[in-house]
Design a protein around this ligand. Structure first.
Ligand code: ZN
Length: 254
């Protein structure tokens, strides 16, 4: 007499075999083999040929991509093997997105872009340091000369919330453990300038917005290369805030 568990396993295996056989049969009846299936996967992404060249055009392309993402109507442009091969030879990014490390704020996804479209830099709270600014200068310099740098904060940012909690615990000298203190040191003055109180969502949202504006301003003040590109109207620095719940990016006036 088989052990009860063996009989369960055997039944399960048999069911799975029947399911696979049934699925294969259905595919054969529908005239769909493995090749046809692979072809449909390859054909899904759209390849955009035109690369936006001016700050206005780039802003429009990103805003349209975000609208597709919000509406659940993404095109997944420039993500197929043809695009990968083409970009392996020469990348053609048209913007740099500087955002937070938060796992829910992925620039290529929320702007519905693909391989070779965006430079991306990310730190907790989107704060700056020398190496990071160097990476941004790389994007603004030839041969890439991206026309748009986006500083992207987001709602419910953990780095901002953590800083506000540290400020609540010790208003004079807020501190976070280890190197995390570095982003607290940069966010705390922004929070003080907004005179917010507590760590509620309204206070966090206000500091997130003020921080995106402050980082965009700092970037231009701090980097001669970026400042020159902005002055010559080759590049624009635009602060923005991403809403975790709606997926929408709100563009801020800097
Ligand atoms: Zn964050």
């Amino acid at each position: 007499m088989p052990h009860p568990i063996d009989s369960v396993v055997n039944t399960s295996k048999t069911s799975r075999r029947n399911l696979i056989a049934g699925a294969t049969g259905l595919l054969a009846l529908a005239g769909l083999g493995a090749c046809a299936s692979d072809k449909s996967v390859q054909a899904t992404p759209v390849n955009h040929v035109a690369v936006p060249k001016t700050p206005d055009d780039v802003l429009k392309a990103l805003a349209e991509g975000n609208q597709r993402y919000v509406a659940g109507n993404v095109q997944h442009p420039n993500q197929d093997s043809h695009r990968r091969d083409e970009q392996a030879e020469h990348q053609t990014p048209f913007a740099l997105i500087h955002g937070c490390v938060d796992s829910r704020v992925a620039p290529e996804m929320l702007f519905d872009q693909g391989i070779g479209d965006l430079f991306v830099t990310r730190t907790a709270g989107a704060v700056l340091d020398d190496t990071l600014v160097g990476s941004m200068e790389f994007a603004v310099s030839a041969p890439y000369s991206v026309p748009l740098l986006v500083v992207l904060g987001h709602t419910a940012c953990g780095a901002v919330t953590g800083t506000l909690k540290a400020m609540e615990a010790n208003p004079e000298d807020p501190a976070l453990p280890g190197e995390m203190d570095d982003f607290a040191e940069q966010i705390a003055p922004v929070a003080r300038s907004q005179e917010v109180s507590g760590t509620g969502s309204a206070a966090v949202s206000e500091v997130v917005k003020a921080n995106a504006l402050a980082v965009a301003k700092q970037l231009v003040e701090r980097s001669e290369i970026i400042r020159k590109a902005v002055q010559e109207q080759r590049t624009r620095v635009v602060p923005a805030v991403y809403d975790l719940e709606t997926g929408e990016v709100s563009w801020l006036q800097s």
